[in-house]
Structure formats: C-alpha cells, structure tokens
Design a protein around this ligand. Sequence first.
Ligand SMILES: O=C(O)CCC(=O)C(=O)O
Ligand SMILES: [Fe+2]
Length: 307
Amino acid sequence: MSTNGTGNNRFIDLPSRLEDALIKTAKTLPEWEMAGTFLAPSAIAQYRAELASVPQFGETVESLRAKLRTVDTGYTVVRLGNIAQELGFGEAFLRLATAILAEVAIPFQPFLRWPLWKEIGTNLAASPGMSTGIGYNAFHMDLVNATMPPDYSVLLCVRPDPLGAGASILSDARAATARLTPSSRALLADVVYRYGSFFELSDVGEEYRPFPVLDGEPDARGFIRFTAKMLTGEIDLTADHIRAAKDLADQLIAGQLSFILQRGDFLIVNQHKWLHGREPLASGQHDVAPEERRLLLQLFMRDASAV
Ligand SMILES: O=C(O)CCC(=O)C(=O)O
Ligand SMILES: [Fe+2]
C-alpha cells in the first residue's frame, strides 16, 4: 500500500498485484442480499470469505479501518480507477466496492425510495446548491435532521466533471468548532436549528427538529450536526444563533481541504468528525452531453457496534 504523496496519507492506492486479484475476485462475487435496509449478515460473511484469500487485502482493510475510525483522521479516498478501467461500473465493480466497504461498516439504505448505491448525477435544472446541482454545495453532513444520521457517507466517482471542476471539499468540524468563541459554542448547543424534510427514511432514528449543532456527546458518538445550507433563504433563528452558525461556516471554510475525485475513487467520510461539500462544476455544462456529465454514486454505512 502507498500514499499519493500530497502530504497526507488519506489516499489509498492499491498495489497492482492486489488490483489484479481483486478484478478476478470481483467477477465471481455473488449478488448481495439485503436484510431490511441493511446489507444482510450472510452477504457480509460471504463477501468476507471471498476476499479473505486475496493476498495483501487484509493489510489494506486494516489501514482503511484505522484511518476512518480514529477521530483525528476520519476520511479516506480509496483509488479503484485501475479496477474500474477493467470492470467498468457494472455489477462486478459495485459488488467489489460493497464488499470492501462492508469490512469497514455496514452498508445500508436509509432512503427507501433509492437503491443501496444512489446516483448523484448533474441536473442543470436542479437548485445549484443541492446535491445534483451545478453550483457550490456548502459544508454539510448527510441526514443532518435525523437523530441517528449514518456514521459514514461514501461517494464513488463514476465520472468527474469533464470540464475539470467540482472538487470535493472536506473540513474537520471538531477542529473548526474548537476555534470558535465560547459564546458561539454555547449558542450552537441550543436546540433551535432546523433543516430539510424527513420522509421515506429508515434506520436513521426520528426526525430531529429543532436540533442542536453541538450535542455534547463524546466525539465517537456525537455529531457536529451542521449544514451551511440552513443559512440561506428564510431563516427562523435569532440574530445571535445565525451569527454563531455563520462563524462555524467560516471556520469550516478556513480549515477546508479540497481535491477532485477521479474516476473510480471513493471517498469515505466519518460523519462524526468531518463535514463535506462540493465546489461548483465548471461553467459550460450546457455544452456537455448529459451522459458525459459528472456522476457519483452515494452509499451510507452504519457502524457495526451501533446495530
Ligand atoms: O457532489 C458532491 O460531490 C457531493 C454531493 C453530496 O454531498 C450530497 O449529495 O450529499
Ligand atoms: Fe452530502
């Protein structure tokens, strides 16, 4: 295993022998079964057994787990571009990606109306700041208004923006919070914030409305329950609560990292620690054929210890 040499070790490139073995194994992986909205324990066991014999796979998974579980790291990008080059993004590739992820936590499907891997395409008619829009997708956690948001959010890049923009942005929400004044932190602990709708969801607890941004829970369990999207449009908050939330939004930007996901990269974010978003896509999307525009697949995971 090696890193991409950009000064951090959050990008996981697989050795080519491991890639070759995974390509072979992917072609034999069976279809996965679900148990309710979770990947079935039998499917997890079956995938684990198939991957157990792949040389070097165990070390890669160990390193992946270590990067994601500790609260000071908490995100990673696994680079499966060479594997996608061989397999495309059909069933074999998705089974392999699901099998790798199942070693970290349990893939599940909180949105009852979407499949386990949910498409995030590029929709020129969507509101620019929303997930399928072409604008700036501000710092947020997914399912922010649920009492039990997914522990991990995964974004697999099928096609980057062919015009070269749409970088992913990430920020360490606990570090950002630590830079706030005590008075801003106190305001963010008030149960007054609201965002979004809540319907056709499963296994993410109840609707949380209003919610506190800071829940006072230990880092591994609690969330920085924040979305900068709640600061646009009509806001039903006191000026002080708005200011505290804007201070946090500013600190998230001050500490942000960004990189463009390449074809076959998947980004795994531990939502207890990191918030994510996306820079705007390049202008000129109207001139790009719809089937060539940026396309991601999203998947959510629950820590096995929480089930
Ligand atoms: O487009 C992206 O890179 C991020 C999308 C996202 O965060 C979301 O849909 O929740
Ligand atoms: Fe998101």
